[in-house]
Design a protein around this ligand. Sequence first.
Ligand code: COA
Length: 466
Amino acid sequence: MKTDIETIQRLVLEAAETARKETASEPEPEKSRKAKWPLTCTVGPGLEGAIACESKVGYVNGAKGWLVYRGYNIFELCAYSSFEEVSFLLLHGKMPKAVELDLFKRKLFNYARINKVIMQLMGFPIDQMSVMGALRLGANLMRSQYRNLDKANARPAPFDAISADEDSIAMETLPSGSERATFEFRSSVRRAAAKPKRGFDKASGLEDSCHLIAGISCIAAAVSRIHNGLLPLEPRPDLSFAGNLIYLITGRQPTPVQERVMDIALILHADHGMNASTFATMVVASTLADIYFSVGAGIAALSGPLHGGANEEVLRSLREIGSVEKVKPWIERKLAEKGKVSGFGHRVYKAYDPRARILGPLAGLLIKEKPELKPLYAVAQKLEETVLNTFGKEKKIFPNVDFYSGLIYSFLGFDDELFTPMFAASRVAGWTARVLEYMENNRIFRPRGLYIGEFNKRYVPLKLRA
Ligand SMILES: CC(C)(COP(=O)(O)OP(=O)(O)OC[C@H]1O[C@@H](n2cnc3c(N)ncnc32)[C@H](O)[C@@H]1OP(=O)(O)O)[C@@H](O)C(=O)NCCC(=O)NCCS
């Protein structure tokens, strides 16, 4: 007889096969060559289409429905890997050997014991704060507690200060394509005599990244418990990262199915190209602010409803619809009001989002342990079917990751306010991996704004203004 874990693996591999068949007619992308800067690309508002850097961390292909971390496709990682292994892969660029993985897991576990940070956090009015707000604060407390970075004389290591000072470059100057701010070297005698760079301290960067990956989820869990009038718990050495996360939130030892589904949800959210929170994290890191501040920026960016948070809206919609019969009239009303159905469509994916393809069947599996939630799942299935048949297939609007992630977290017993923090708990692996990669060859991010204002206006004293 197949175990539940084997069933999960089979469901993931079946999803992979369906994805392969459905997108077989789309051409496979060619491996990109190393860029020769400056690049020519068409840029839309919000930097859409701009290529800001090279990366080997991850890749998204909207037409094929591909999500790739360090060369491995997401289906294989979900079928065979764990969040700990995927985090190692993202940070180090290679799969760990058994002994390395063991050490890495132990490191994460040790870093997860952040009692002092939780105690400090409890001194703030976190009962009146959103979990995302508390996460942002918690990341800052981790920073000062662990790295003493807020001590009066602490300064970020100036390893690359030259490329951090760009404002003397006239805005009219075309990008030269240099990866370093050689302009500064050429233009300043004093600068030219500067000491050679010390280089980026990757070892401490890796330690800080592990600290953040371990800590963010613990803070989210602790805050959620405090919001429910419960005391935070300490992680257990016998549980995996995913198992501990469920335990720290709910106080229950998860079933093997729950633990594995949580593990897969974490894997699926770990990285997704140059999305807004990843970019925000990298922009802050590129100024040589430390990685804790940088991750704080990622958390802030993720808190916005245009980025994280759509899964909360999905659950609200499903509850509002209430029953399978009401799905069709609900959609008709939504479309008549020119509204969007939450959890459908994606800026990049014009094929079925591979993350939703995996999470959908897993939500179906979790339902077996929570039969009372069957009606909600039935509404979700009917909503998917109806959207696809009314306009989805024609407009290439498919369920996205948020459609099923909220349901999964809800089935695991998490409050809605934890959905976006769970995203952060996982994405911190991608944020830090991309920062570490970018720091190897840092150049401060500095796009331009197109000035469309006036010139030559004269100052009119206040009393003379009509
Ligand atoms: C994610 C999103 C912003 C992408 O938007 P986008 O890239 O502008 O989408 P497109 O322009 O390709 O949309 C094409 C068409 O599909 C429609 N469409 C896209 N998503 C839709 C949705 N969720 N519900 C209904 N119609 C949708 C658009 O209105 C547009 O219709 P039109 O051609 O008649 O004007 C959008 O799909 C959306 O708002 N989805 C709901 C929110 C959500 O789930 N967000 C989480 C994303 S991970």
